[in-house]
Ligand binder design. Structure first.
Ligand code: ZN
Length: 146
């Protein structure tokens, strides 16, 4: 590819993705409370939901959960949900780990890379401090609860 080709490609990349760019993540307090409650009720099964929200002015705000049929399972909850297409207003996923570790499994990482911008894992004992956010690459990202 010549020099102009690369420039065109870079411009296209930035234009095509500017609505998906964010520096800050805000999660509504009610959403966090709901996640903790459902994770506890589902234990020892995993629960899984999609995160509803939007990106505006560099802020990704999560303001709701979207449940799909069969959202609890003893294994592979994540794999199942990612077979569904991402709908408008969906920004990522959340699932629980019935063990005291929020480290993504190999299957989790594979799923994170496919869809969404933010992926939450809440580990047993399902408190705010045991919930970790990851980007599509499985890197830990910080968030604020509002
Ligand atoms: Zn997992």
């Amino acid at each position: 590819m010549n020099e102009k080709g690369w420039v065109d490609r870079l411009i296209g990349f930035f234009l095509g993705n500017k609505d998906k760019y964010f520096q800050e993540i805000l999660i509504d307090r009610e959403v966090v409370d709901e996640i903790m409650q459902i994770a506890r009720q589902s234990h020892p099964l995993e629960f899984m939901a999609m995160l509803e929200g939007k990106i505006s002015k560099g802020v990704l705000r999560v303001d709701g959960l979207i449940f799909l049929p069969g959202e609890t399972s003893n294994q592979g909850a994540v794999m199942k949900i990612f077979m569904m297409p991402m709908t408008t207003g969906t920004v990522g996923s959340v699932h629980s780990h019935p063990i005291p570790s929020a480290t993504p499994s190999a299957a989790d990482l594979h799923s994170f890379a496919k869809n969404g911008y933010i992926h939450l894992i809440i580990a047993e004992p399902y408190i705010e401090e045991s919930m970790v956010a990851y980007d599509t690459f499985g890197e830990v990202i910080s968030y604020n609860v509002i």
